[in-house]
Design a protein around this ligand. Structure first.
Ligand SMILES: [Zn+2]
Length: 217
C-alpha cells in the first residue's frame, strides 16, 4: 500500500474512533497527519464529518500552503496545523476535537489540572491558550509559540476545544482521550471535594496556571 493510502486509512480510523467515543460530534474539529513520501500533510477538509471521512474526500496540502485540487473547502484550522508541523519536526500528527468536558474547562477559563498518574506521565501540562488577541478563534500565532516547547504535547483552546500532537495519529488520538478523561475526573474531583470539604488536600503537582505559563515563557 502506498504511503498516502496508508495514511488515509489511519486518518479515517482515527476520525471514526473519535466520533464513536463522542470526543467529536460529526461537525467541527479536524485532524491531520504528515506524509513521508512528500513534504505535505493529509487533512480532513471543512464540511466533512469525522464519521464521513473516506479516501476520496481527504485533502493533501503541501507545507508551503498549496492545496491539491479538491472539491472541498480547506479546514478553517489549516493554518494552525501547518504552523505546528513547521514548528516541530517531531509532530507527525494532530487531533483537534471539541470534546465537551475539556471544552467546558476551556470555556470557564480554567486549566485542566493533570491529576491522574497517566495524565502526569503522558502529558504533564495542558496549557490553556486564550482566544486570538485580534478577535476570533486561536490561530497559529497563538498556538505555535506554546508548542515551541518540545515538552508540550497537548493544549486546550479557550472557548474552543483541544489539541493533541504526536508521532502518529494513534498517539495524538490517545492524548485527545486522556485530555477528555482528565477533564471529567477533575470536574468530579472538584464537585466531591466541595461537597466533602476536602479542598486544600493533596494539590496536584502539575497543571496549575503557573506551570503552564512557566512552560511557554
Ligand atoms: Zn475547532
Amino acid at each position: 500500500m502506498s504511503d498516502i493510502d496508508a495514511k488515509k486509512d489511519a486518518l479515517i480510523a482515527t476520525a471514526k474512533r473519535c466520533f464513536e467515543l463522542r470526543l467529536q460530534t460529526n461537525a467541527g474539529g479536524n485532524l491531520s497527519v504528515r506524509l513521508e513520501s512528500q513534504d505535505a500533510i493529509l487533512i480532513k477538509p471543512s464540511g466533512v464529518g469525522f464519521n464521513e471521512c473516506n479516501r476520496d474526500n481527504l485533502q493533501v496540502v503541501h507545507m508551503d500552503g498549496r492545496i491539491e485540487q479538491s472539491p472541498h473547502k480547506p479546514s478553517k484550522d489549516l493554518g494552525f496545523h501547518l504552523g505546528l508541523y513547521r514548528t516541530r519536526e517531531d509532530i507527525r500528527a494532530i487531533v483537534h476535537c471539541h470534546s465537551p468536558w475539556a471544552t467546558g474547562y476551556a470555556s470557564a477559563g480554567l486549566e485542566i489540572p493533570c491529576l491522574t498518574v497517566q495524565s502526569i506521565e503522558k502529558i504533564g501540562r495542558i496549557p490553556l491558550i486564550p482566544m486570538s488577541s485580534r478577535g476570533g478563534p486561536q490561530t497559529e500565532h497563538e498556538i505555535s509559540p506554546v508548542f515551541s516547547d518540545s515538552r508540550i504535547v497537548a493544549a486546550v483552546l479557550a472557548n474552543h476545544g483541544t489539541i493533541g500532537v504526536g508521532p502518529s495519529l494513534m498517539s495524538a488520538q490517545y492524548l485527545a482521550e486522556i485530555i477528555e478523561e482528565t477533564a471529567q475526573v477533575a470536574c468530579l474531583r472538584d464537585v466531591l471535594a466541595t461537597v466533602h470539604g476536602t479542598h486544600g488536600h493533596a494539590l496536584p503537582r502539575f497543571g496549575k496556571v503557573e506551570d503552564a505559563l512557566a512552560s511557554v515563557t
